[in-house]
Write a protein that binds this ligand. Structure first.
Ligand code: NAD
Length: 351
């Protein structure tokens, strides 16, 4: 192995390791085999990732004495449906997977969310592991156990909390990731930088490169780990991870999902930070550092929707409780909080 491998231990309802390194994909078989008592591994992936990485993963699993089968679906958010989960579970049944076998999600957040969901419902739950291959999935979606699919009525409306047994990330897989997808992950990365401040913000300001991506991922995952351990099912502090998301979700919805998630979150982060300055909650200089960071990556652009349109969409957000909506505010870089705002007062908050 050519570089250091780091491990972040997550102690949620179940405990598991998040292993991150460069050039480690070929060793995934050993890590899976070490989980113990596995006969067969079902690799669930999309067609693009399949062409790039399935061979390496299959070879590594087989070298460690594991049998492999594969379930492949078409890449992209449009596939994130109950019908694709139906196909995956059918594939698992055809391959005669049992409860002691394991589903391995190989790909981005779409693959991870669906494979985790399929593993959670097939035979009332079989084992699964995540091998994330997008920046967004490495730093965010593969950790924390949220799995699910979109319904026609909205995003991520059906799913399960289901923690994996292992997350295994090779940051070298990001070398094949298109620039647009990289930026999508950077949008979420800046969210973590604002939440955590310190070294994470410094790395983002300096710029991601081969040398610091593992450390960057470690810091994002460690932050998420702390939050998930304190509040696995999002009844409190886990809401902080929605920084930028309330406005972001409104932007995604208004654009009919042509603006991708990380870009929408970045724009949402800018809108909320500026609103915090106007409300006297955030110092203008700190806000300028956040917007400069977004600018550095070409993120945080005004999505072109008036505040009135954004506000109209916000009450449809999943995080609404009765007539109130939970908003994550920025008090300083590294110091965020969530507040409850009556939907009738959103206009006042954002004006
Ligand atoms: N579960 C969670 O906690 C959580 C958190 C945030 C986001 N999400 C979900 O994650 C999804 C978005 O994830 P995503 O941005 O990873 O999207 P994605 O899985 O659709 O991947 C984006 C594209 O990149 C391709 N790709 C993946 N890895 C590649 C690689 N290494 N090289 C080349 N191409 C590659 C994929 O085939 C796809 O076309 C959304 O559905 C969102 O709801 C979940």
């Amino acid at each position: 192995m050519n570089n250091e491998i780091i491990t972040v231990r997550v102690n949620a309802s179940t405990s598991y390791d998040v292993t991150i390194g460069r050039g480690i994909l070929q060793y995934v078989g050993k890590y899976i085999a070490d989980l113990g008592n596995i006969d067969k591994v079902a690799i669930v992936t999309d067609d693009l990732v399949d062409a790039l990485y399935s061979d390496t993963v299959e070879k590594s699993l087989r070298e460690c004495g594991l049998k492999t089968v594969k379930s492949v679906f078409k890449n992209g958010e449009k596939s994130k449906t109950l019908s694709t989960v139906g196909k995956i579970t059918d594939d698992l049944a055809k391959a005669e997977l049992t409860r002691s076998d394991l589903v391995l999600a190989l790909g981005g957040g779409v693959v991870g969310d669906m494979a985790g969901f399929a593993a959670g419902i097939y035979m009332r739950g079989i084992r699964y592991a995540q091998v994330p291959t997008t920046l967004l999935a490495i730093i965010d979606s593969s950790v924390g156990g949220k799995t699910g699919v979109n319904l026609r009525t909205g995003k991520n409306l059906a799913g399960l909390f289901n923690q994996p047994e292992l997350v295994f990330a090779d940051t070298d897989t990001l070398k094949t990731l298109p620039e647009e997808q990289m930026l999508n992950g950077i949008g979420e990365g800046i969210k973590y930088a604002v939440l955590d401040g310190g070294e994470l913000f410094d790395i983002m300001e300096a710029g991601l490169d081969d040398g610091n991506t593992v450390r960057f991922a470690e810091l994002c995952v460690s932050y998420k780990r702390d939050v998930v351990e304190a509040d696995e099912r999002e009844s409190g502090i886990r809401r902080l991870l929605n920084l930028g998301h309330t406005v972001g979700h409104a932007i995604e919805k208004l654009s009919r999902y042509t603006v991708s998630h990380g870009f929408a979150v970045a724009s949402g982060l800018k809108v909320i930070s500026e609103a915090c300055v106007r409300r006297g909650l955030l110092d203008a200089g700190e806000c300028a550092r956040i917007t400069a960071l977004l600018d550095k990556y070409g993120l945080g652009a005004d999505a072109g929707y008036p505040v009135s349109a954004l506000i109209r969409e916000m009450p449809h957000d999943k995080k609404r409780v009765g007539a109130k909506i939970s908003l994550v505010i920025v008090n300083a870089i590294g110091k965020c909080a969530y507040i409850s705002v009556e939907t009738a007062r959103l206009k006042e908050f954002f004006s």
